[in-house]
Design a protein around this ligand. Structure first.
Ligand SMILES: [Fe+2]
Length: 281
């Protein structure tokens, strides 16, 4: 009788272990998507040193769709597992090598620091595009002959082009200029910047007025729509060389906030703020 009870509890223990293991199969390098919706609220989870965490702060709402996107089939039991390294490589956005976006903290100290939140809160470049901010990764070493750049210029009608270098050696009253670039403003036309050397921060407001910092490095090209409130600063390296493009004769006039009455601002709010709010309502 005693032996039967021991056998029963032993079996129970094994069954409990197996079902727990099946629920969230995960080791340091392995991700399983089985039953993720329930225990992890649909987020993509990876295991790091035995703890679960959301990958890179980015939430994938549909894990199966993401796995299908990278062509991962389940094993004979229907389990879908992938190593962390493969996952990162497979879903990597090449643009993020040269352009990264994150929500800023509220700290008012040195504008040239990254100003990450704690913990860091990154934003995908596709999310940034929902605010009208478009981005590309281009070959900055061969911009004279780059066919992709040519296509972007043709489709946007960006006939004007010049270069702008921001650094203490090239800009008179450098510190004053850096402060003035950091004034929140908008333009009545697109602002197009292609970083061919160095790096800098372009900050934009999201729909709830939170600041998003967009770090653009060599090879990163970015288009800010007319009417979006934004600002610019060099980072701690104090150097950026950017190609400036414009459709027609350039107009660089900044309209410091508030300039909500301008048609360009109203159009931006209609297209990228109100429509999104209406869609989510
Ligand atoms: Fe601007």
């Amino acid at each position: 009788m005693m032996r039967d009870r021991q056998l029963f509890f032993g079996l129970l223990l094994i069954l409990t272990f197996v079902s727990l293991h099946k629920l969230c199969y995960c080791d340091d390098q392995t991700v399983s998507c089985e039953s993720f919706d329930e225990p992890f609220g649909g987020s993509w989870i990876v295991s790091k040193n035995g703890d679960y965490e959301a990958y890179g702060g980015i939430k994938f709402e549909n894990v199966d769709a993401s796995l299908n996107q990278i062509g991962l089939n389940g094993d004979e039991e229907g389990n879908k597992r992938i190593t962390k390294t493969t996952l990162v490589e497979a879903l990597k956005d090449e643009r993020e090598d040269v352009i990264q976006a994150w929500y800023m903290d509220d700290n008012q100290e040195d504008q040239r620091l990254p100003h990450h939140k704690d913990p860091k809160e990154f934003l995908s470049l596709d999310k940034l595009a929902e605010l009208g901010v478009l981005s590309w990764r281009l070959d900055a070493d061969h911009y004279e002959t780059d066919e992709e750049l040519k296509k972007i210029r043709e489709s946007g009608g960006y006939s004007y082009m010049d270069f702008c270098e921001v650094c203490p050696e090239k800009l008179q009253n450098y510190e004053e200029k850096v402060k003035s670039f950091f004034e929140e403003h908008l333009h009545t036309d697109e602002e197009i910047r292609y970083c061919v050397a160095g790096s800098g921060y372009f900050d934009v407001r999201d729909r709830n007025e939170a600041w998003i910092r967009v770090w653009v490095k060599k090879g990163g090209m970015i288009v800010f729509p007319a009417g979006i409130y934004h600002r610019f600063t060099v980072d701690s390296d104090n150097y950026i060389k950017a190609m400036r493009l414009f459709a027609g004769g350039p107009v660089w006039t900044p309209y410091n906030r508030p300039h909500d009455h301008l048609p360009a601002r109203k159009e931006y709010v209609d297209n990228f703020v109100n429509k999104a709010f209406n869609a989510s309502a």
